[in-house]
Write a protein that binds this ligand. Structure first.
Ligand SMILES: [Zn+2]
Length: 344
């Protein structure tokens, strides 16, 4: 539909939105307003001007340093803009140059940005803000509702036909599956097996990718998680072994969540009650959760130190979902080949 050179707009819009994602990644987990105050250097508080806010270029021109106080800016700011620009360019090529589906481009591009924000926030803080999980669920439902009957990579499976019912079923299945893992893990190992944010994330993935895409994304995230997580844990525990030989820790292990509370939470997530509550003003939200006897969202503690074996699962789920969204055709082909080979 669009000429090939138009991809520069995909890159530019993607980088600009990536710049906004950096604001979300910093402010959402800290419960800070997204709009105020305007962007400033966290080190010297100097307000940033237009020259400092050009996505990708400002970072390169200023060699990753604040123009006013020379404090170095974390490489994450550049990576978020670059990653988002690359994903938007890919989707622009897929749906606006090769294909003709502006609506799918908008839904997928926004969902991809939400996933990238989730990746960085969960990696750093071990939480996924409810706002992002609800945004993903709503985008998934909008995508299915607005593009009802549009081709998908999974339409050979009955649950892979694009419509609102299948998006809702995908969400239900995702939340149900992860609730089950959380509950069985809690009973079997007496440990918190799955974060609440992960359950809500898979629910959104189910709505966006439909049940077959969600299951494939889950499989991809387990595979990448097993490889990268194993390496990461190995490196970290060596590092920790060196540390702990000098300062022994005498921390009390955190007790797992009571089973009743977990069961109630899982029921709420599967029925989307929490998603509706998230759309209410924050003060009302707190009253509703207090009435339900649910623990309040813990405020972010910047001094929080991860234990060496701790690794959030959310970033892997986000990467799995991104891969399935970008390369759905290839994954669907492998799944079909496997089904034929196995004679299912
Ligand atoms: Zn500064």
């Amino acid at each position: 539909m669009l000429p090939a050179w138009s991809i520069v707009f995909g890159v530019a819009f993607g980088a600009a939105v990536g710049s906004f994602l950096n604001v979300l990644i910093y402010r959402l987990p800290r419960n800070l307003s997204i709009a105020f105050p305007p962007s400033h250097c966290p080190a010297c508080r100097h307000r940033l001007g237009v020259r400092d806010l050009v996505p990708l270029l400002s970072y390169l021109v200023q060699a990753g340093k604040c123009r006013y106080c020379r404090a170095s800016i974390p490489i994450r700011y550049f990576l978020v803009e670059l990653w988002n620009a690359a994903v938007w360019a890919w989707l622009w090529h897929q749906w606006l140059i090769m294909g003709e589906s502006p609506l799918r481009f908008v839904c997928y591009a926004l969902a991809a940005s939400v996933l990238i924000a989730i990746f960085f926030i969960d990696l750093q803080h071990y939480i996924i803000p409810d706002e992002l999980n609800v945004a993903l669920l709503i985008l998934g439902l909008l995508h299915a509702g607005l593009l009802k009957g549009a081709p998908t990579d999974w339409e050979w499976a009955s649950l892979g036909v694009l419509n609102l019912r299948n998006a809702a079923l995908g969400a239900l299945l995702g939340a149900g599956l992860f609730s089950l893992i959380a509950i069985l893990g809690r009973i079997g190992f007496r440990k918190d097996a799955m974060g609440h944010g992960d359950i809500k994330l898979v629910r959104g993935m189910g709505a966006l990718l439909l049940a077959p895409g969600m299951l494939v994304a889950f499989a991809v995230s387990i595979a990448t998680g097993a490889i990268l997580g194993g390496l990461w844990t190995l490196l970290r525990s060596r590092h920790a072994a060196r540390l702990s030989s000098t300062e022994p820790t005498d921390e009390e292990p955190i007790p797992p969540e009571p089973l009743g509370s977990l069961l109630l939470s899982c029921a709420l997530y599967t029925l989307w009650v929490d998603a509706l509550i998230t759309l209410l003003p924050r003060r009302v939200q707190q009253r509703v959760y207090a009435a339900l006897g649910q623990p309040e969202e813990e405020p972010l503690d910047d001094s929080f130190e991860e234990t060496p074996t701790m690794l959030p699962f959310g970033p892997f789920l986000a990467v799995g979902a991104l891969l399935v969204m970008l390369f759905g055709g290839a994954f669907a082909g492998w799944v079909r080949a496997y089904i034929e080979w196995a004679g299912l």
